[in-house]
Design a protein. Structure first.
Length: 291
């Protein structure tokens, strides 16, 4: 019985194995990005950028249908354009960066939905917005693996300035001029991972596997290295659990939302029982003079 539920689907069906491999790649790649977004207080930036890639992907779909290269390049171009435009507006006007991002992502979301609706059907729109993690092919898996490789390599190279910018950006600016290039490279990685996640989870859910494991991990440790490892592990667990629950539920529960719900469950459990500021730990009586 346990074998049929927890191992059987992956041993019997190739599409389940592909989905699991894709989600592992997204977790290993996206969760560390989510950690740095959280530490830099840019969590909502990730959500805004996830919506910003939609018009580019929609134009790629309009030109070439569900073409992996066209939609990927379109999403990358749109995401980078919105990031640069929001930064320019924040520097040249009185509008702050969060407000300009909100404006651009709302425009992008509406524009993308309109473009897809001009040519596609409601099913096409559903797939673009929510993805289809059970339909990953070799090309998409290769893209996800490549994005994970590039992301981990660049994070390893820029790890120290990224950590320093999270802790004391003023000190980084005083001792080095790497802050600007590192910030731009980091935003590029955010867009790259959101475009990769878009192919599996759609534009509305791609950010979920990036931010929820990172937020859950923060309730267990404050060390950045452990935080990254734990967030990636939570992402893998959420991906596996979501696929198992979706398989057991049949057609009643799509795999993509099930994965994000599993990540949300890990977050809520960590919120309640986490060793670093969990609600249960805060409410329990402490020994006298215990910090």
């Amino acid at each position: 019985m346990l074998y049929d539920l927890f191992i059987g689907p992956f041993a019997e069906f190739d599409f389940m194995r592909r989905a699991l491999v894709g989600l592992v790649a997204l977790s290993v790649s996206g969760a560390p990005i989510g950690v740095f977004l959280m530490l830099r207080r840019m969590s909502l930036t990730g959500d805004a950028m996830a919506h910003a890639i939609l018009p580019g992907a929609a134009i790629g779909y309009l030109v070439a249908g569900f073409s992996l290269p066209a939609m990927t390049l379109g999403g990358l171009a749109a995401g980078m354009a919105v990031a640069l435009a929001a930064g320019a507006v924040a520097r040249l006007t009185v509008i702050k960066e969060d407000a300009s991002l909100a404006a651009f992502y709302l425009i992008s979301l509406a524009l993308g939905v309109t473009i897809i609706s001009l040519r596609g059907s409601a099913v096409d729109l559903f797939h673009v917005l929510f993805g289809n993690v059970l339909a990953l092919d070799n090309d998409v898996l290769l893209l996800l693996a490549s994005v994970a490789t590039v992301t981990l390599s660049l994070l390893a190279l820029a790890y120290r300035p990224l950590v320093m910018e999270c802790v004391d950006p003023g000190f980084l600016r005083s001792v080095s001029r790497s802050g600007g290039p590192v910030h731009l490279a980091f935003l590029s990685l955010v867009v790259l991972n959101l475009v990769a996640g878009f192919h599996a989870l759609g534009t509305l859910l791609a950010v979920g596997l990036m931010m929820l494991p990172a937020a859950a991990a923060r309730f267990w440790t404050a060390d950045i290295t452990r935080l990254i490892l734990l967030a990636s592990g939570f992402g893998v667990v959420a991906g596996y659990a979501g696929l198992v629950v979706s398989y057991a539920a049949g057609a009643n529960l799509p795999a993509g939302p099930a994965v994000i719900l599993a990540a949300g469950t890990l977050y809520l459990g960590s919120l309640l029982f986490g060793a670093q500021g969990g609600l249960a730990r805060r409410l329990l009586p402490r020994a006298h003079l215990q910090r």
